[in-house]
Design a protein around this ligand. Structure first.
Ligand code: BGC
Length: 761
């Protein structure tokens, strides 16, 4: 035993000092060097030590100090024994150092811990919730916000974020739709790659970058009826063509880790899905990072009715490729016995441990386990004015102007008699959104503050009603105000004497997010009543929406002249909205998700199939609703500007192409208004006949461009074989010969159209 210990120390020291065979700086060279180091560490480990690397524990002690309760003492004991390889929710330099010391100073192998945290839209500087930020369609700024989030998290001792969430979600009822990039596969993939690059940078070794995590693998956004954690029933082709591409893109971009999902797909919980985790991700995609289970998802397979007990669950999960156990306590209790019983091969354990060690090496933790522990940096580089300035920029780019009849917006700053009304107007907390990491409660610039900052004066305000009452937190159920109307008369009185009413309504921060599914996606509580009372005395309303999901705003779209979609925009929300309201920023956001006429249309998405009965004006026997349109109220890709854009001259370099050739698509976009503005030029295709049926439109490219007033820009896209590939009836990603439509425009409905042809020879 002692000998092994000495060899271990020598070996690890050698690795730490880099005296092993560093032969090359190329990516492949680096990987093969790391793999050699991983193997030499692995060869020294006992089975118990190996299992320890696959166990992740939640931290429950005070954020800034050593253990204070019995439970924490037990965890420290386990750390000292090498029974834990990773911790989540342990943050700050002092707390991570304390836990790391327990491992580095007491365990035989001295393998550093990796600290994880849900840094979903910022660490302390809060950016818009992911659904909101996705409305910017600005990949550069989204990469930047991830880079800043990583820097702040790394300054607090963290190595790893559980982000980006790549779950395509088409259902507004699902609370976690706020955490993704909406309904489209292509857009989600592009944003996912930008996020991975932002968090991980070019070099995971840098102390400013952290490991990213592509989650939730897979299908979590397709829970039946929008209910969280619910059963998913999607076919193989839907899975491959709609759900998986963003994950493939993240894997190709080198994302360090994946997380599996709570749901089952067609009878198999993802945690035990061998086809997904081993066959596809680690097999066909050749991805070499590690897979962490979702919180407790291993033992949840008992409730699913898939595992008979924890031991069985551990066996199913590890054999299917779930490498690290987050908080199920299944691996620590069962893996050793399962190995002894021959139900889990040691090679399976070795593969999982190798994957974990590889990422720890890539992060540089073996060289310096405390490299993220710098108290000075923690004090000076989190929540800085520079980071907040970028948060404001991201926030204003994420706002979507849905309606601007009579050009009420932008308001002149000289406007007299402006009124601010609504329960979210002076709410400094809801804009912080759910999944707020260290975003402090009540720390956002409220809407009212933003307006007052812009005007340099106090503005009359009445909240009218409260939205939610009682405790508000990540885990507490919400209670809405449905009875206290006492503030409505004062709001009506204020509206009556005002020229314009800025009405701020929507959703509480904790109304969307995990476990926050809803069957009603209208304005809850007494908000609608407030709007209608105000509307009776003053119709000149600018409706400012703050929400984490698409809402049913059909009454508002029909009655209110101006609607601004402002999501939960983060720390600088109020200032960013004021920038748009007063025209200091010309809105450029486009919806990443369809807004329905009614919740009954959900799941609603633009890239629907045609069906065998798309239309039949003469009778009712076609695919539609008797009582609502089948299209969106505000479609995917939609968003207005204070200027207008005209699309002309859609041109294809050739009308047909074959293998290894390409078509260049060009279009002229003219700013026909009075001021400069940004437009998101979108390219869609339709594959008219396929070996499986194809959607009526699919986004395949976009570009966000600034165009000056009166200026015309020619935008070009390239279509090649890759663009038209899909998972075909051959169960392969490939292009099929045939006819296609190509569409270009400023949203998924108003489009110019041409045709082309592809021949696969
Ligand atoms: C969520 C994950 C999250 C994990 C750790 C789970 O409940 O589904 O997305 O990363 O908790 O906080």
């Amino acid at each position: 035993m002692k000998n092994i210990y000495i060899i271990g120390i020598v070996c690890i020291l050698c690795l730490i000092q880099g005296c092993s065979d560093i032969t090359s700086n190329t990516a492949i060279g680096k990987t093969s060097n790391i793999n050699k180091k991983v193997d030499s560490v692995l060869s020294l480990m006992t089975v118990k030590e190996k299992i320890g690397q696959l166990v992740q524990y939640n931290g429950s002690w005070d954020l800034t100090g050593p253990p204070s309760d019995v439970n924490s003492k037990e965890k420290f004991e386990k750390l000292r024994n090498g029974e834990i390889g990773s911790m989540l929710n342990v943050l700050t330099v002092d707390a991570t150092r304390e836990a790391q010391k327990a491992v580095m100073e007491h365990t035989r192998m001295k393998i550093p811990l990796i600290f994880a945290y849900d840094v979903i839209h910022g660490y302390k500087t809060m950016f818009p919730i992911p659904l909101g930020e996705s409305a910017s369609w600005d990949l550069e700024i989204m990469q930047k916000s991830a880079e800043i989030s990583a820097k702040e998290a790394a300054a607090a001792g963290l190595h790893w974020t559980f982000s980006p969430m790549l779950d395509v979600s088409r259902d507004a009822r699902w609370g976690r739709i706020m955490e993704g990039s909406g309904e489209d596969t292509y857009l989600t993939a592009q944003i996912g790659v930008a996020k991975v690059k932002g968090y991980q940078g070019d070099d995971l070794q840098s102390e400013y970058t952290i490991a990213a995590c592509a989650k939730h693998f897979a299908g979590y956004g397709f829970g039946e009826a929008g209910r969280d954690y619910n059963t998913v029933n999607i076919g193989e082709y839907e899975l491959h063509n709609i759900v998986l591409p963003p994950f493939k893109a993240a894997a190709d971009a080198g994302v360090a880790t994946f997380m599996n999902s709570f749901n089952e797909i067609d009878g198999i919980p993802s945690t035990a899905n061998k086809m997904l985790q081993r066959g596809l991700l680690k097999g066909a995609w050749n991805w070499d990072g590690f897979m962490v289970s979702d919180w407790g998802s291993i033992q949840e397979m008992i409730a699913h009715g898939y595992a008979k007990d924890v031991k069985h669950a551990a066996e199913l999960a590890i054999n299917a490729g779930s490498d690290m156990d987050m908080e199920s306590k299944a691996y620590e209790s069962s893996l050793e016995i399962l190995i002894e019983e021959g139900k889990v091969a040691i090679a399976t354990i070795d593969d999982a441990v190798r994957r974990v060690l590889r990422i720890k090496f890539r992060l540089g933790l073996f060289e310096d386990p405390y490299k993220y522990c710098n108290n000075e940096r923690e004090k000076t580089s989190i929540y800085t004015p520079e980071n907040l300035a970028i948060a404001r920029d991201v926030a204003r780019k994420s706002i979507v102007l849905l309606k601007n009849e009579n050009k009420v917006l932008p308001l002149k700053k000289q406007v007299k008699n402006i009124a601010v009304i609504g329960p979210l107007a002076n709410d400094k907390d809801s804009p912080i959104g759910n999944w707020r990491a260290q975003g402090a409660a009540n720390s956002a610039v409220s809407f009212l503050e933003g307006i007052e900052n812009a005007l340099h004066k106090k503005v009359p305000f009445e909240k009218g009603v409260d939205l939610s009452i009682g405790k508000r937190s990540f885990l507490s159920p919400m209670t809405f105000n449905t009875s206290d109307r006492s503030g409505i008369p004062a709001a009506v009185k204020l509206a009556k004497k005002s020229e314009v009413v800025l009405m701020v309504v929507g959703e509480d921060a904790f109304q969307s997010g995990e476990g926050r599914s809803q069957t009603n996606i209208g304005l809850v509580g007494l908000q609608q009543e407030l709007i209608e009372e105000v509307y009776k005395v003053n119709q000149n309303i600018v409706l400012v929406l703050m929400n984490g999901r698409p809402l049913d705003i059909s009454w508002h779209a029909a009655n209110i002249p101006t609607i601004l979609e402002c999501w939960h925009l983060g720390s600088e929300a109020g200032n960013a909205i004021a920038d748009v309201i007063f025209g200091d920023y010309n809105p450029s956001g486009k919806l990443p998700v369809s807004f329905p006429y009614t919740v009954g249309q959900e799941p609603l998405y633009y890239n629907q199939k045609n069906t065998g009965r798309p239309s039949n004006p003469s009778d009712v026997t076609y695919s539609h609703y008797n009582d609502a349109p089948k299209t969106a109220l505000y479609p995917f890709g939609f968003g207005l500007s204070y200027t207008s854009f005209k699309y002309d001259n859609l041109n294809l370099s050739t009308a047909s192409f074959s293998k290894n050739e390409a078509i260049v698509v060009t279009v002229d976009v003219t700013n026909t208004g009075e001021i400069g503005g940004e437009e998101v030029v979108q390219l869609y295709i339709r594959d008219l006949v396929g070996s499986i049926t194809r959607p009526t439109k699919e986004l395949k490219g976009f570009e966000k461009v600034f165009i000056d007033a009166g200026e015309t820009k020619t935008i070009s896209f390239t279509i090649n074989e890759k663009t038209i590939e899909f998972y075909t009836a051959n169960k392969l990603w490939e292009a099929e010969s045939g006819e296609f439509n190509v569409f270009v425009g400023g949203n998924s409905v108003d489009l110019l159209e041409k045709d082309f042809n592809f021949t696969k020879i």
